[in-house]
Design a protein. Structure first.
Length: 190
């Protein structure tokens, strides 16, 4: 029997926070209950979670508020996750060092470091990056979910790269279903 893949709790914590920031706490809690995610009200995870819980939240939100609104919530959730990582998880000495490097070298070093812990956000999926011109990041989401999930990664990578590599970084996202997975491809203008 396979053990379910686990991901960081910020996928859920920050999605709920983004939902509350957009709709207000009361309306967000009402919505969570309505879409079968009421267990999250006053009960956010404190440790790694089965990726199924995040993806069921994404699917339920997408069904309730549609692609555009869910994309916005997930992008903000990713940005919030990036702020958490910068504050709590990425050592300040590493941040300081990376910021001193030229953008391409900073991108390469930072993405190399991320690749060592990619399982914490990719779960059962895959993470890759390349130093093409422009540099690219790819997340292959193999867990059954909706393409809007790619906006979570878009928000996270954009905020992290703008903070650590170049404040003018922009990312062009191509998120699509391919066979039995979702391919999230990000071209990074650094």
């Amino acid at each position: 029997m396979n053990t379910p893949s686990r991901i960081g709790p910020n996928s859920i914590i920050q999605t709920v926070a983004a939902l509350e920031a957009t709709y207000g706490k009361t309306k967000a809690e009402t919505m969570l209950r309505k879409i079968g995610q009421g267990y999250l009200v006053q009960n956010l995870p404190k440790e790694m979670v089965e990726e199924a819980k995040f993806h069921s939240l994404v699917i339920a939100l997408q069904k309730e508020i549609g692609d555009t609104a869910t994309s916005g919530i997930l992008k903000e959730s990713g940005e919030r996750t990036a702020r958490y990582l910068l504050k709590v998880r990425i050592p300040w000495i590493f941040q300081k060092f990376v910021k001193l490097l030229p953008p391409r070298l900073a991108f390469k070093l930072f993405l190399f470091a991320i690749s060592k812990n990619a399982w914490t956000f990719a779960g059962s999926g895959e993470f890759a990056y390349s130093m093409n011109r422009p540099p690219e990041i790819t997340v292959k989401v193999t867990f059954p979910t909706r393409p809007v999930v790619g906006n979570f990664y878009l928000g996270t990578f954009t905020a992290l790269l703008q903070e650590l590599v170049n404040p003018k970084t922009t990312i062009k996202a191509d998120i699509r279903m391919e066979k039995n997975y979702i391919r999230c491809h990000y071209l990074c203008e650094i």
